[in-house]
Design a protein around this ligand. Structure first.
Ligand code: NAP
Length: 296
């Protein structure tokens, strides 16, 4: 039997703690998270709805701001500068990826590290490398939280991260290998140029897949008994469901059933926990800015 690693109980535990901290913390008011996005149909739009719902559920203030169509990179940077300067705004999330001509890295660099709630700016990533993180990307913390909740073997173990993007795969690999999270895993990082994925994964007791390629992981590449935390999220056509498409991960769940030790479902695995970690990050941002209990 393959254990089903549901995200909801993990998210519920995080939410409970966040709700109490949102009420009790610094500045004498709830934290305010602002989510900046292009006003177009994209996976981020789905994520936005979840953010609004999750914020309301835990007592975090939430505002969304659309980048005006045709606004351009300078206007975006100007808007982010204004949010960075606005005293009532604690945390800012910027849609990612952004198409050309926007430059995500240049835009996010406009924010001070405390307000860069998803920890994807150069200062936050540098602090993660330096083992003194301010914010670690919510998706990386979510993957870790699920692994911990279900006792997937990570502490001091051989693990693999597939994907090396600077917003998902690399921060997760750093968090697993570094000292700050206390995991001390021995990490293999695989990517599109990895010559033999099966060989790269052969010793991994837990695999974190951060690719976005349905069917990438089946029993031909996953070692028997290992845990799979499926971060990947893709949309595949399915005429039998409303809207004509459904969300899938990187894992071929049917192939891994009865083979893997544990597997996160998609949807319902990493996604709900990522939103919960984002809200936790918003509380931390407020407390860092105003000297509350989450501040170091
Ligand atoms: P990305 O920037 O496109 O990076 C994908 C990574 O996968 C790259 O490092 C790429 O390698 C690697 N890759 C591509 N094909 C591969 C293959 N055949 N074998 C091994 N590695 C391969 O995507 P991202 O922003 O990091 O996001 C990764 C996935 O996580 C996406 O599906 C995204 O939707 C999902 N995601 C989920 C959540 C959530 O809350 N569940 C949050 C954020 C992201 P190269 O570097 O060599 O190109």
């Amino acid at each position: 039997m393959t254990e089903r690693l549901e995200g909801r109980p993990v998210a519920a535990a995080i939410d409970e703690a966040t709700r109490a901290r949102a009420r009790a913390g610094a500045a004498g008011r709830p934290p305010l998270l602002v989510s900046v996005h292009r006003d177009v149909d994209s996976p981020f739009r789905f994520y936005l709805k979840r953010q609004a719902r999750a914020a309301a559920a835990v007592g975090v203030g939430f505002r969304e701001e659309a980048i005006a169509p045709g606004a351009g990179p300078d206007a975006l940077i100007g808007r982010l500068r204004a949010l960075d300067a606005e005293p009532g705004v604690d945390a800012v999330l910027l849609e990612h990826p952004l198409p050309s001509p926007y430059d995500f890295s240049a835009a996010i660099a406009t924010l001070r590290a405390e307000k860069d709630v998803d920890g994807v700016g150069a200062v936050n990533l540098g602090r993660l490398v330096g083992q003194r993180p301010t914010h670690v990307p919510a998706v990386a913390r979510a993957a870790l939280a699920i692994a911990r909740h279900y006792h997937a073997p990570i502490d001091g173990e051989r693990v693999a991260v597939i994907g090396r993007s600077e917003t998902v795969g690399l921060p997760l690999a750093l968090a697993l290998a570094g000292r700050a999270e206390g995991v001390h895993a021995t990490v293999t990082i695989a990517h599109s140029r990895t010559a033999d994925l099966g060989r790269a994964l052969a010793d991994a007791r837990t695999i974190f897949s951060c690719v976005g390629r349905p069917g990438l992981l089946d029993r031909t590449v996953v070692p028997r008994g290992s845990y799979v935390i499926d971060v990947g999220l893709s949309s595949v056509p399915d005429a039998s469901v409303p809207g004509g498409s459904r969300a899938v991960g990187d894992a071929d769940a049917a192939s891994l059933e009865g083979w893997a030790g544990g597997l996160t479902p998609v949807p319902g695995g990493v996604g709900p926990v990522t939103v919960a970690e984002l809200m936790d990050g918003a509380v931390r941002a407020r407390d860092l800015l105003h000297g509350g209990p989450s501040a170091p």
